[in-house]
Write a protein that binds this ligand. Structure first.
Ligand code: GRF
Length: 193
């Protein structure tokens, strides 16, 4: 199975996903695509020997449909069976999501359905929550709203900041995303659709 990984930044989740797809794993990373030419994850993907593509969203002047069409045109030559969003900070159009329906996953740094969108750790702290965490979910047209496939959680300490909480949760992302991707490509969730 071919897995395309979409990034916008450091790509730490991309690295752990790519490194998990070895040996008897049924999938391999086929391409890493970034919407930002300066994403640190591009060099990491190249160091891992994974083809990389940049589709710079700034070249599409807010025309989301045109940007998404360009991303599809860039990805489909690699014949992805799964599209894994990993720190990909663009909202995708319904047409894009339809094109990859049932094949797209995302890692989100909150205990969904709480805190969809941005600044998730800060919002959990400000709400006085006892715990925070991360979720792997299937991507649907509703932002951060698809079926939740896995979650990990941590206690929020009284002196936690968004930064210290992120530092506690990112390693958990690096744990559940590879685990969930392997289950997903192995068909473990097929019955749910
Ligand atoms: C992570 O917090 C992840 O949950 C969110 O983007 C952040 C950066 O991820 N989606 P990465 O280091 O670029 O994988």
């Amino acid at each position: 199975k071919n897995v395309a990984i979409l990034i916008s930044g450091s790509g730490s989740n991309m690295v752990t996903l790519a490194q998990s797809m070895r040996g008897d794993h049924p999938a391999r990373p086929c391409v890493v695509l970034s919407n930002r030419p300066d994403a640190g994850g591009l060099a990491k993907a190249q160091a891992l020997g994974i083809p990389t593509v940049v589709v710079d969203h700034k070249e599409f002047k807010g025309d989301r449909a045109a940007f998404d069409a360009a991303v599809i045109a860039a990805l489909d030559p690699y014949a992805p069976d799964v599209v894994a969003l990993a720190g990909f900070m663009r909202i995708l159009t319904p047409e894009f999501i339809t094109h990859y329906a049932g094949k797209m996953l995302n890692i989100h740094p909150s205990l969904l359905p709480k805190y969809k969108g941005l600044h998730t750790h800060q919002r959990a702290i400000e709400a006085g929550d006892a715990q925070a965490g991360c979720s792997v979910h299937e991507v649907t047209a509703e932002l951060d709203g698809g079926p939740i496939l896995a979650q990990e959680r941590v206690d929020i300490a009284p002196d936690d900041t968004a930064e210290t909480l992120a530092a506690k949760i990112l390693p958990l992302e690096h744990k559940i995303y590879p685990e969930t991707l392997r289950s997903f490509v192995s068909g473990a969730f097929a019955a749910r659709d």
